[in-house]
Ligand binder design. Structure first.
Ligand code: 13P
Ligand code: SF4
Length: 308
């Protein structure tokens, strides 16, 4: 099938099944253009919680689709490629996380949404990059906290809030790849460009950023900033929306250390138009999990939604 035939087929199936297509900013551009809603992980969770569609088609990674299922246990949630994982989630296996909690019984566990349903179920409160600071700030100062699984986001929130949360040693394969050396030479070449960065980046990159925020916050920043040139310190997929929603602005990718396309998330890019079409046609693959796990994982997500 040609890309046009695939697009037409997806739109027909969407009507036929009364489906909603939710997509993250890191999806390839044709998927973003077809989606009913494109957003960051908090906005996508909110959309999943409030949709009245019969079927949720989630174009993102597994933990995001899993969150949509937890919030809609009775609805089918489709993910074009079930193998679309996340290095943060994979780096935090439930048995090791359980042990981490048991070693610190007096600590509250605030866990980044980039983790498995089982790890969510073992946590007290979930957060995303856009509400982490707000959530941590609501916890009494004398309450010790475990923050998992992203040590970079955790260190950034420690700095912003003056806390000393104990951090799980995990990181994102995309955001840890950016090169400070190449950033400096890019800034010398483009002294008028502002660096904007996602808090999953390492501290030496964040220290040079003019603005730090979630994918949606970065997008809003470039839309309202009087500046016209930006170095983008996150997965490059978001630039599609930045170009679409601004006029005459320039977006330079923050280069990785190696000569590779490591600033693209290989998990996010597993989803293609063809896989999207096929999953909607076959109603497969779907997210499946036990009711018991689903119930346990929902509580800390609901706490997050209430606190943000
Ligand atoms: P956002 O919460 O900003 O969408 O980030 C999700 C993510 O996976 C970043 O790598
Ligand atoms: Fe996970 Fe990093 Fe990909 Fe985001 S960019 S989904 S944190 S691997």
């Amino acid at each position: 099938m040609t890309p046009q035939e695939l697009e037409n087929g997806i739109l027909e199936l969407k009507k036929e099944r009364n489906a909603v297509i939710l997509a993250h900013y890191y999806q390839e551009s044709p998927i973003q253009d077809l989606a009913d809603f494109v957003g960051d992980s908090l906005e996508l969770s909110r959309k999943a919680a409030s949709t009245d569609a019969d079927v949720i088609v989630f174009c993102g990674v597994h933990f995001m689709a899993e969150t949509a299922k937890i919030l809609n246990p009775q609805k089918p949630v489709l993910l074009p490629d079930l193998l679309a994982g996340c290095s943060l989630s994979e780096g935090c296996p439930p048995p090791a996380f359980k042990k981490f909690r048991e070693e610190h019984p007096d600590h509250l566990a605030i866990t980044y949404i980039n983790c498995s349903a089982e790890v969510k179920a073992l946590s007290d409160i979930i957060c995303t990059s856009s509400n982490a600071e707000k959530i941590v700030s609501q916890i009494p100062k004398d309450q010790p906290i475990l923050f998992s699984p992203d040590k970079n986001l955790g260190a950034y929130i420690n700095k912003k809030t003056g806390r000393n949360m104990l951090l799980w040693n995990g990181s994102c394969i995309v955001h840890e790849t950016f090169s400070e050396r190449k950033l400096i030479s890019l800034q010398l070449e483009h002294p008028d460009a502002e660096l904007i960065a996602h808090p999953e980046c390492e501290d030496h990159i964040l220290a040079r950023a003019k603005f730090i925020g979630s994918t949606s916050a970065l997008l809003k920043y470039v839309q309202s900033s009087p500046h016209s040139k930006f170095i983008v310190g996150t997965e490059y997929g978001i630039v599609h929306q930045m170009i679409k929603s601004t006029k005459g602005k320039t977006f330079l990718p923050l280069p990785p250390e190696e000569n590779c396309s490591c600033n693209e998330c290989p998990h996010m890019k597993r989803n293609t138009l063809e896989k999207l079409y096929l999953c909607m046609k076959n109603m497969d693959p779907q997210i499946a999990m036990s009711m018991e796990l689903l119930e346990r994982a929902r509580k800390p997500i609901e706490r997050m939604l209430a606190m943000s």
